[in-house]
Design a protein around this ligand. Structure first.
Ligand SMILES: C[S@@+](CC[C@H](N)C(=O)[O-])C[C@H]1O[C@@H](n2cnc3c(N)ncnc32)[C@H](O)[C@@H]1O
Length: 218
């Protein structure tokens, strides 16, 4: 039995994923395709864009969530960093893995106050809040300080255009063998170029829907 597949986490995730799948946003529907694309790829307007989406969970898929749990368990992760908590669905998977690894520290980041409240409640309901530090504000600032010496696993799932900058903040602490999971990585070609560079610091492969899995090798 695992924390992920038993109560209270399993029924909580079942409910949250069902809600996520049913969620709609008038604010998103109002945006033209061009405007949405521009905001999605902007390095400066992400606060505005994600502010409009504050009522949407925008969660990883169930498959990606399960894979996050498995990667964290297999590597015996103790220190995990997450960029973009939203309502905390991915956070629940990662924290469940830490619990089953015997404990650890998960630093996550989110700037939208109402989402922070929901993530904290969900992690409390899942009995995992003691493993999670939610850093409130722009991750470019909150993940720039007080990080563990060694990071075992990273989830990049905030503003896509910032993936390279967030990686800059974390990279020197990534253990050899550490995994980085980047959701919707196709929206950041600069990031893909970096982690896929031949002879570079990572092995990297796309899988599932638009997810890039990279492993630090040197
Ligand atoms: C795709 S959602 C994250 C979904 C979450 N990982 C999950 O699976 O449940 C992206 C979140 O990142 C947040 N975000 C985007 N850019 C951010 C930044 N620079 N700093 C902090 N949070 C950010 C947004 O407010 C949004 O809630």
């Amino acid at each position: 039995m695992t924390t992920l597949t038993t109560a209270p986490v399993k029924p909580l995730l079942d409910r949250l994923f069902a809600e996520a799948e049913a969620a709609t946003s008038p604010a998103l529907a109002e945006l033209s395709h061009e405007e949405r694309e521009r905001l999605l790829h902007s390095k400066t307007e992400y606060l505005d864009f994600y502010g409009r989406l504050k009522d949407l969970p925008l969660a990883v898929s169930r498959e990606t969530g399960l894979m996050l749990y498995m990667l964290a368990r297999n590597g015996g992760a103790r220190n995990i960093v997450e960029f973009g908590a939203s309502f905390g669905l991915s956070t629940l998977h990662l924290a469940a893995a830490l619990r089953d690894n015997g404990g650890g520290r998960l630093i996550t980041s989110e700037f939208e106050p109402s989402k922070i409240t929901r993530a904290r409640q969900n992690l409390t309901d899942g009995g995992l809040i003691d493993l999670v530090e939610i850093r409130e504000g722009d991750a470019l600032a909150t993940l720039a300080v007080d990080l563990p010496d060694v990071i075992d696993l990273v989830l990049l799932d905030g503003a896509k255009a910032l993936y390279p900058q967030v990686l800059d903040l974390l990279e020197s602490r990534l253990a050899v063998g550490a995994f980085i999971v980047a959701d919707n990585a196709d929206d950041c070609p600069e990031y893909l170029e970096r982690v896929r560079a031949e002879g570079g610091a990572y092995l990297s492969t796309p899988f599932a829907q638009d997810v890039e899995l990279s492993m630090r090798i040197g």
